[in-house]
Design a protein around this ligand. Structure first.
Ligand code: HEC
Length: 369
């Protein structure tokens, strides 16, 4: 059987982690003194430097900053319950999202240098969307898909289709072509920056306004089977660092710690292979193969070496794939639900739970150029 690397998964935000030097100088000097700064310095600099935090200046509300801190706690940041709120207050106050009217110039350039948006003639089915180097292009996509691509939940998670609600009906129907380019000669922009620039473009040209809300909705609860999970703790529990490098599959090189890579066989099965990954990455990856939000109820802590093999669901496109492709013939093998139960001792249970949704409050047809 031949296995191919799934580079597209990086788009789903699953495989963006790679190791980089730990302990680089923290650029926290722009942050004022206070209890919050002390906690940041003590608990948030072991895996990545503070530029990972300050780069998000102006992007998150207090609630979103709190979600970031809670997620980091799951990754292994040492903060207690009280510190979570102290930090959330501090980050909201010093790096929080301000109303558009008082937003000041941020250090990061967040808009494309040139961008063109045009209506696409109706009737065609094939579409594509994605970043490439300094460019972002989308062909024959509805605004809804652009929103899904660009507006991320905290830690860059993509909202599922079912998590985007509201807005006028045309956002699902009318198709657009978008071509945008970041500043000429700029360093290659990161995938993160591309999301933010695209979001800014939508806010500017479609007058897009969105907000996040929590609603009860069908989810899959990830739980351990009664006899306990068969997840393998990685022998090396050194915290993983964060880097924007894209994980490219190289069959000859040892897989990087913190990466979880999907491989496709020529027969159409999928193998997820992770080295030293924390549960949020496992959950985010499984998320790509099911149609409801996955919420972690396993209580598993630490970094895991992870492998599971299953048959690709017939109708769900591979996560992150930007092109529609013809379905492969049905290969033999267990479906995801059976596979994780047998191979990992984990179960995806249908339940109802509060989930975050993105509400489209306002959108207008773009001004054509
Ligand atoms: C145990 C290692 C570790 C510690 C400690 C840690 N982080 Fe992280 N952090 C990560 C990793 C790994 C990522 C990349 C997450 C991803 O993309 O799934 C990350 C990403 C981030 C991001 C980027 C989110 C985005 O949307 O791009 C922010 C902000 C952040 N961390 C803030 C913090 C704060 C605040 C603290 C302290 C409370 C902290 N981190 C402590 C490992 C850590």
């Amino acid at each position: 059987m031949r296995w191919l690397g799934g580079v597209g998964a990086a788009l789903a935000g699953a495989a963006l982690i790679a190791s980089s030097p730990i302990g680089a100088v923290a650029p926290g000097d722009e942050l004022p003194d206070g209890e919050g700064r002390k906690i940041l310095m003590a608990s948030c600099t072991s895996c990545h430097d503070l530029s990972e935090v300050t780069k998000l200046r102006g992007f998150y509300t207090r609630a979103q900053w709190r979600d970031v801190v809670v997620t980091m706690k799951e990754y292994g940041a040492e903060v207690d319950e009280k510190q979570v709120d102290v930090l959330a207050d501090y980050l909201a106050q010093n790096l929080g999202k301000k109303p558009a009217s008082v937003q000041t110039q941020t250090s990061e350039k967040l808009s494309f240098e040139v961008a063109s948006i045009k209506a696409h003639p109706a009737g065609e089915v094939a579409y594509s969307i994605g970043p490439s180097g300094n460019r972002f292009t989308a062909t024959n996509v509805p605004l809804r898909l652009l929103v899904q691509f660009a507006v991320r939940s905290v830690i860059n998670r993509m909202y599922l289709d079912t998590q985007i609600i509201g807005g006028p009906q045309w956002i699902n129907v009318d198709r657009f072509d978008v071509q945008a380019k970041a500043e000429a000669g700029a360093r290659t922009v990161s995938v993160d920056q591309m999301f933010r620039m695209t979001q800014a473009l939508l806010e500017d040209r479609f007058q897009l306004k969105t907000h996040r809300e929590t609603r009860d909705a069908p989810v899959y609860a990830l739980v351990q089977v009664k006899t306990g999970s068969k997840m393998t703790l990685s022998p090396d529990q050194t915290p993983i660092a964060r880097s924007n490098e894209r994980v490219i599959f190289d069959p000859k090189a040892p897989q990087r710690r913190g990466s979880l890579i999907p491989l496709r066989s020529s027969e159409g099965s999928i193998r997820l292979s992770g080295v030293a990954v924390p549960m949020p990455i496992v959950v985010n990856t499984l998320q790509g193969y099911v149609d409801r939000p996955v919420i972690d109820f396993t209580d598993l802590k630490g970094l895991f070496d992870f492998r599971v093999e299953f048959v690709r669901p017939a109708l769900i496109a591979e996560p992150g794939s930007s092109q529609q492709t013809a379905p492969l013939p049905d290969p033999a093998g267990p479906q995801l639900f059976t596979a994780i139960q047998e191979q990992l001792g984990l179960k995806l249970e249908p339940r109802t739970a509060p989930v975050e949704v993105l509400v489209v409050d306002h959108a207008e047809h773009p001004t054509e150029d």
